[in-house]
Design a protein around this ligand. Structure first.
Ligand SMILES: [Zn+2]
Length: 280
């Protein structure tokens, strides 16, 4: 791929000329219609990218991703847009590709040195990206990190438990979520998070679905559960407000359509015979 300097990559995958994603921070280069930028090659060839790596898309085709300087302007007819604002509109395959690319950039940036011995690492891209320590006494292999997060819709008949963090936009409520701790199962994490954040006990836990959330490397694990007992007492450092919303009086602002919280709410409404999104 002309003009793209990889960072000590071993075993390049030779992606097709069109198969390059360009990120500026969390912003993806797209065309004027918000679709994947397909032909900025001359522009790309003129750049000194900060970081580039090859990878296989979830469907198996070779791709490359490059990261450009944050001050760089897009080529004519293109723009950089935060990936969060594109999640609802990109086709699912492109969304997966972009999520993978962004997480790999973060991995590559964060593992230039071995976490065990401090020596420099070298990027290998086959069979999948990893960085290997150059210290022959160590040789540790570092792989992209995925951080599991549980998110749960707690239901009480026709009501659903939603909460908001202090940093949420005005009016937005979402399903409660938290990272899985070391040594913990996802199910244990669900019970612990709900108890810690609201003081409630839950039961009948059911796995719902999972999705990548590449900011920077979360794997969202969606669950559904039923209220069993307790009174809501919000953890003051984490939750500004949490309450049960009746299905006919849900909050006005919803999480982005792609987000797991949105899918959980949608499922709750459809199971109870309500339209989605809610009328009005
Ligand atoms: Zn090492």
């Amino acid at each position: 791929m002309e003009g793209v300097a990889t960072s000590t990559a071993a075993g390049r995958l030779a992606p097709a000329a069109n198969n390059t994603l360009v990120f500026r921070g969390h912003q993806l280069l797209v065309d004027e219609r918000g679709g994947l930028a397909r032909s900025p090659h001359r522009w790309l060839a003129s750049l000194p990218p900060r970081c580039a790596l090859d990878f296989l898309a979830p469907e198996g085709q070779p791709w490359a991703v490059i990261e450009v300087d944050r001050a760089l302007e897009p080529p004519p007819g293109h723009e950089f847009r935060h990936l969060k604002t594109l999640l609802d509109t990109l086709p699912p395959a492109t969304r997966s590709l972009a999520a993978r690319a962004l997480e790999l950039l973060e991995f590559d940036r964060a593992h230039r040195f071995c976490g065990a011995c401090g020596a420099p690492t070298v990027l290998h891209t086959r069979p999948s990206p990893m960085r290997r320590c150059t210290n022959t006494d160590c040789g540790r292999e570092h792989y992209p990190r995925v951080s599991p997060v549980v998110i749960v819709a707690v239901e009480r008949g026709p009501e659903i438990l939603l909460g908001r963090s202090p940093h949420f936009p005005p009016g937005l409520y979402s399903a409660l979520a938290g990272f899985v701790d070391a040594g913990e199962s996802a199910e244990q994490a669900v019970h612990r998070e709900i108890l810690e954040e609201t003081g409630l006990r839950i039961g009948n836990l059911r796995y719902f679905a999972s999705q990548a959330w590449p900011f920077p490397h979360a794997l969202m694990l969606g669950y559904q559960a039923e209220y069993e007992g307790g009174e809501i007492l919000c953890a003051p450092d984490e939750i500004e407000d949490a309450r049960f919303f009746h299905i006919d009086a849900l909050p006005a602002v919803f999480p982005t359509r792609y987000a797991m919280a949105n899918l959980l709410l949608r499922d709750f409404c459809l199971r109870h015979g309500r339209p989605w999104p809610p009328a009005g």
